[in-house]
Write a protein that binds this ligand. Structure first.
Ligand SMILES: Cc1cc2nc3c(=O)[nH]c(=O)nc-3n(C[C@H](O)[C@H](O)[C@H](O)COP(=O)(O)O)c2cc1C
Length: 179
């Protein structure tokens, strides 16, 4: 069964509680394929993905937690995000190749992430975009040794709790129509 774009847009949520059940690789591939249909600056397709499960995910979350422990300032929701990544079956690290050094290259990758989240939702999967990884940016870069820039982490799993829609600003609150 396919889901309409409108349904996917309206029903997707950031899911932070997951079932203890793995996600088949085929579904992850479908999500990443959806990501690759995003528009990108100069069609350079600046997105790259590292899919973590099992031991590689454990190594990553262990590093993330120990790096957070070293910080002596407020790390916001980072420990919550860390716990989520520890419990979820799959974490996808998203990279920006940024070969041209343009800020618009990050925009391409953000568009790809949104495609990925919507496709996941249409497959019945839950996701959460994690920006808290930026608190330990340097350590993560050192861990993976990629020639790219970290852009986000995404949790992927079967939803245990689906949150209600968070309030949105209205069209009139966010728009001016000029003529
Ligand atoms: C750039 C970005 C960074 C985010 N970082 C985090 C994060 O680190 N931890 C988290 O729990 N949620 C994170 N989120 C999810 C937002 O909190 C969530 O999208 C927002 O509250 C709206 O809720 P919704 O996605 O259910 O509509 C992030 C979302 C975006 C777009």
């Amino acid at each position: 069964m396919t889901m309409s774009v409108d349904e996917a847009l309206r029903e997707r949520r950031s899911v932070r509680a997951y079932l203890d059940r793995g996600v088949p690789e085929d579904l992850i591939r479908q999500m990443i394929e959806a990501a690759t249909f995003a528009p990108s600056a100069k069609n350079d397709q600046q997105w790259r993905f590292t899919v973590l499960t099992g031991a590689s995910k454990l190594k990553f979350t262990t590093l993330y937690r120990s790096e957070l422990d070293k910080l002596d300032y407020d790390v916001g929701s980072s420990y919550g995000s860390c716990q989520m990544m520890e419990k979820v079956p799959v974490v996808i690290i998203v990279w920006n190749t940024n070969e041209r050094g343009w800020s618009t290259e990050a925009h391409s990758v953000a568009a790809a992430i949104q495609n990925l989240l919507l496709k996941a939702h249409s497959l019945g999967l839950g996701t959460c975009w994690i920006g808290d990884v930026f608190y330990t940016y340097e350590a993560i870069m050192k861990h993976f040794r990629k020639p790219w820039k970290l852009l986000a982490a995404i949790t992927v799993g079967w939803p245990r709790i689906v949150p209600k829609l968070k309030p949105r600003l209205s069209v009139d609150q966010v728009t001016e129509f000029l003529s």
